[in-house]
Design a protein around this ligand. Structure first.
Ligand code: ARG
Length: 459
């Protein structure tokens, strides 16, 4: 019988070596060590406060736990597969260090409520770090908007030139997306931030514990209300992965645009060399690897969400070993999101904008056709008729190889006698952009207003 096992009592044969490794989680849950120890210290203090263990015993246990934390941080701790997971690695080491009194720590607790606690504590810190990284990315986008307020680019629908817009307006679209992501993160944090400890294995505990005290000690806003749910709820991990899937979707859209914009066909932007690589065969190449990779990593984050949903599907109450499988998808999602946000914030901050190519592209493709139609509407024509008139004008432009602003007044008037000399003021790029003044539009005034709002919200 195995002496290493904290649960060895009822077993007469040692665990098969391969099974031991197969069922262990220490290989990946060791990253929870700080939270495991933090939770144990709070639990231990509560046990003493409630008279379940003595203050002296608590002091010995807490000192032992602090030493273990230091051992791990110095890289001296030997994580053991035989000790299965982070909880038993820490506890077994505690008993090794302080003797049998260490065995009192696990009073009124189970690994089932312990692991739920550890993951919540860990994820709460990660959520806060990711919230800060989201702010940094939004600030980088906002910085680009502020520095390039004059820059006009083509706005697209169907990736066909549609109407001229401010480049700043385009940046602000992403600020909005990431603000929604930040809102979702904030929202899921509320449900995450409750204490599951005290649920025991599944039914609660026979000891007179004080869950509210532990919750306050660990900065939770309250305690979970049902022991079965406390040990078997992984909604918080799934919600986080759903948040992450949406965030990565947004990043992938920005990534795709950066890839397009940095191509020789667009030449709208330059990504700084630090975020690109060359080709081993084509000397001219500067590849936008970072946005491409983030675009690609979106797939694994979606996969992690589906993995967690599928993992939890149809599981009977309460804890099941299946749930140990929640960690790798969650950890991978956290790492991927943090890495992607970090690299994007820097890359966006350093990106340079090629105003001339953007302007040239904005002027192509009859981008001010809608402005001619709106002009006719202002002169009293119903919009549908105006649309028809401009459609014919564009066809004429295509046939003669001219662009709308290049037409003479006589040419314009072939299509409508309502057109007068002031048409030329309506079809410049600036006029087109600045005419869209309603809240949320691309006019300089509207964009400046939204920049100010976003700045205020981020500071
Ligand atoms: N390593 C386990 C996990 O991550 C901890 C909980 C184990 N509980 C149990 N009864 N085997 O889920």
């Amino acid at each position: 019988m195995s002496q290493e096992k904290l649960w060895g009592g009822r077993f007469s044969q040692p665990t098969d070596k391969f099974v031991e490794e197969f069922t262990a989680s220490i290989q990946f849950d060791q990253r929870l060590y700080r939270y495991d120890i933090q939770g144990s210290i709070a639990h231990c203090r509560m046990l003493a406060k409630q008279g379940i263990i003595t203050n002296d015993e608590a002091d010995v246990i807490v000192a032992g736990l602090r030493e273990i934390l230091a051992e791990i941080e110095r890289g001296e701790f030997e994580f053991s597969i035989a000790r299965e997971d982070i909880h038993m690695n820490v506890e077994a080491r505690l008993i090794e260090k302080v003797g049998p009194v260490g065995g009192k720590l696990h009073t009124a607790r189970s690994r089932n409520d312990q692991v739920a606690l550890d993951v919540r504590l860990y994820l709460r810190d990660e959520v806060d770090a990711i919230a800060a990284a989201l702010v940094a990315l939004q600030k980088a986008l906002l910085g680009q908007a502020e520095r390039n307020l004059e820059v006009i680019m083509p706005g697209y629908t169907h990736l066909q030139t549609a109407q001229p817009i401010l480049f700043a307006h385009h940046m602000l679209a992403y600020v909005e997306m990431f603000a929604r992501d930040a809102g979702r993160l904030d929202d899921l944090r509320k449900r995450l931030n409750v204490l599951p400890l005290g649920a025991g294995a599944l039914a609660g505990t026979t000891f007179p514990i004080d869950r509210e005290w532990v919750a306050a000690e660990l900065g939770f806003s309250g305690v979970t209300r049902n022991s079965l749910d406390s040990v078997s709820d992984r909604d918080f991990a799934i919600e986080f992965c759903a948040f992450a899937a949406l965030l990565m979707m947004h990043l992938s859209r920005l990534a795709e645009e950066l890839v397009l914009w940095s191509s020789a066909d667009f030449m709208f932007i330059d990504l700084s060399d630090g975020f690109c690589t060359g080709s081993s065969i084509m000397p001219q190449k500067k590849n936008p690897d970072v946005p491409e990779l983030v675009r690609g990593k979106t797939g694994r984050v979606y996969g992690n969400l589906i993995a967690l949903l599928t993992l939890m599907k149809s599981l009977p109450l309460a804890y099941n070993k299946d749930m140990q499988e929640d960690k790798e998808p969650l950890f991978d999602t956290i790492d991927t999101v943090r890495g992607s946000l970090k690299v994007f914030a820097e890359m966006i901050a350093q990106m340079t904008v090629n105003a001339a190519s953007m302007r040239q592209a904005a002027a192509r493709g009859f981008s001010t056709a809608t402005d001619v139609a709106d002009y006719l509407v202002r002169k009293g024509l119903p919009f549908r008729q105006a649309h028809e008139v401009v459609g014919k004008t564009v066809r004429y432009c295509v046939e003669t190889g001219k662009d709308i602003p290049e037409l003479s007044l006589e040419e314009f008037r072939q299509f409508s006698k309502k057109i007068e000399a002031d048409i030329f003021d309506a079809v410049t790029l600036e006029a087109s952009v600045n005419a869209r003044r309603a809240t949320g539009g691309t006019a300089r005034t509207a964009v400046e207003q939204e920049i100010a709002r976003a700045r205020a919200a981020l500071n």
